[in-house]
Design a protein around this ligand. Structure first.
Ligand SMILES: *Cc1c(COP(=O)(O)O)cnc(C)c1O
Length: 570
């Protein structure tokens, strides 16, 4: 049997994502969405689920970030070697983009873990068969203009579905991780003409019910403005007459093609990524049933080895059943501190290597790393710098930032520059470090080595957020605005702390953040070590045990992927 054959007969669920963080050597992800998809894949392998994952082989990666002395981000491509991590498959399929046939070759990466292995198909367009213009379609994640983006979504949705058929997969359930893959159910629709006897109330010559029962859609965007949209003129030029325009307008919106709208109209199971996000999405789409499955992170990937050794001692089954991490709270403070010290010294060494700056291991480190984009408000803690400096005179504090701004996100880039400027002004009072090129490896170090994980999104913009979950697995409590997953995870003073109250105006969050630091968190950290160890234990046993991708994937299996129980190939 070849490397693929063993999966072809058994994988019946296909997971589609524009980005998947599989490995630090495969930098085809930009942030949380890709990390989530990667954690889903790792759990699927651990749990030996019958799944295949499909994504683009962006050979130029997403963005290698360089920050200069003035805090200006310089964008570079991040080329990587596809042939080192995947092998080309012989099947090729073509899709039509702007009237030209664009060939796609899938590459197979096998993600192996202790529990099992799953296939990941990376779709490549860098082929001599293709017109020069088309070779780069899948080269740079989220690169190029709108036309380029639509072309990428054609390759993912329409091309990915074709590739699975060409390879012989018999897929019962398709899971779209965000709307980028929403052309896939459209491709399915064309394969299910309505039987002549079928009575239907809508105008479609297709059997929409059959598509609905096979497709699952997870949305990650809490606001209307965040949805991918394409004007129909552009769609006509790039996609051609793939499907009748009035019908497409009925499915995807009259004025422009809204990928989220298209997905909700063709997927029978729709969910948000945290309870609050499900509710927000329900308001955007009244008349549809919107459920929620709260995100989670892959335990073994995000637990620092020093903590893994502790958990192996107390609850050895945690790798397969992370719910058992609930037992970890019986560990004594000395164990928590020793493991954390190891994680913190790894972080300090990494910071020294990357920036030349030496932080003090005895001083509290606030970790704040995320995509640098306006709604995340990463620099909120610096809003009142004089007060922060004064506070640090009483209780010393150090801050580590990291995060990439999308090359075209001017607000995000200005945020990085503001952080650099504040770092200069706070010199000698509050050490502020910016760790460049935030990615998988940097994140692993940061979420375990910081003492406190800070999250300051503008509600309700944080659909879920996951980095605080990674921190919790390492006994690092969160200080976060009540949005996304933290509404479910926050037990004040037990698992971490909230910034402000749910109904507080967002402009008051900056002051509330410093209040909580000054009045509660810093005194606890410096004056009540036993109390601090209890919060570390609370973070692991109450959040770390729950917000895992194992739980998330088990829920998708039992609640969302039910199509594969009823669907039979015809
Ligand atoms: C976890 C992670 C994210 C997502 O973090 P949020 O808390 O959702 O902002 C982004 N980038 C990397 C590299 C990560 O590991």
């Amino acid at each position: 049997m070849g490397p693929l054959e063993r999966f072809v007969g058994s994988a019946s669920i296909a997971y589609f994502s524009m980005e998947i963080a599989l490995d630090p050597a495969i930098p085809t992800y930009s942030g949380g969405l890709g990390i989530l998809a990667g954690d889903a894949a790792r759990s699927a392998a651990d749990l030996d689920l019958p799944m295949v994952f499909v994504t683009l082989a962006c050979r130029q990666g997403y963005l290698h970030q360089e920050i200069d002395a003035r805090g200006v981000q310089h964008d570079h491509p991040e080329p990587w070697d596809l042939s080192a991590v995947a092998r080309p498959l012989s099947a090729m399929v073509a899709v039509f983009i702007e009237g030209r046939a664009v060939w796609i070759r899938p590459w197979l990466h096998v993600l192996k873990r202790a529990g099992g292995a799953i296939p990941v198909l990376l779709l490549d367009t860098h082929l001599t068969e293709n017109d020069r213009r088309d070779r780069d379609v899948a080269d740079r994640l989220y690169g190029g203009n709108e036309a380029h983006r639509l072309a990428q979504e054609i390759v993912l949705g329409i091309g990915g579905e074709k590739v699975l058929r060409a390879l012989g997969f018999s897929i019962a359930t398709y899971h779209l991780n965000e709307g980028h893959g929403a052309l896939l159910p459209l491709a399915l629709l064309r394969q299910h003409p309505r039987p002549p006897s079928h009575v239907s109330t809508d105008m479609f010559p297709y059997d929409r019910e059959r598509v609905l029962e096979r497709c699952v859609f997870t949305t990650h965007t809490p606001v209307e403005a965040g949805h991918d949209r394409f004007g129909y003129e552009l769609v006509g030029r790039i996609l051609g007459r793939y499907i009748d325009l009035p019908m497409l307008q009925q499915l995807a919106g009259a004025g422009s093609l809204n990928m989220t709208q298209l997905a909700v109209n063709l997927c029978g199971y729709i969910n948000g990524v945290a309870e609050r996000h499900g509710e927000t999405t329900q308001k955007l789409f009244p008349g549809y049933v919107i459920r929620s499955i709260t995100n989670g992170v892959h335990p073994e990937t995000w637990v620092h080895p020093a903590f893994a050794r502790l958990y192996d001692r107390i609850c050895p089954r945690w790798r397969h059943e992370p719910e058992f991490l609930a037992y970890a709270d019986i560990l004594p403070p000395t164990d928590w501190f020793a493991a954390h010290e190891a994680a913190k010294s790894d972080l300090l060494a990494a910071i020294q290597r990357a920036t030349g700056q030496a932080l003090d291991p005895s001083v509290l480190i606030v970790g704040c790393a995320r995509r640098m984009t306006a709604y995340k408000r990463a620099d909120l803690i610096l809003e009142n710098l004089p007060r922060l400096m004064e506070l640090a005179g009483e209780y010393p504090i150090q801050i580590v930032f990291a995060g990439k701004a999308h090359p075209r996100d001017g607000d995000g880039k200005r945020m990085i520059a503001r952080i650099a400027d504040a770092a200069r002004r706070a010199t000698g009072r509050v050490p502020i470090v910016f760790l460049p090129d935030y990615g998988f490896a940097q994140a692993r170090m940061l979420v375990a080595g910081a003492d406190l994980w800070l999250n300051t999104p503008l509600p309700p913009m944080e659909a879920s957020g996951t980095s605080g979950m990674k921190a919790a697995l390492n006994g690092v409590p969160s200080l976060s605005v009540l949005d996304g997953w933290w509404i479910e995870g926050c037990m004040e003073g037990v698992t971490g702390w909230a910034i402000g109250t749910p109904d507080m105006p967002a402009e008051a969050h900056g002051a509330a953040l410093l209040d909580k630091l000054q009045q509660v968190i810093l005194p606890l950290f410096y004056k009540d070590r036993g109390g601090w160890a209890r919060v570390m234990a609370g973070a692991v046993s109450k959040c770390g045990s729950v917000f895992t991708s194992h739980r998330m994937m088990r829920r998708y299996m039992s609640e969302a992927y039910r199509g594969h129980l009823v669907w039979r190939p015809r």
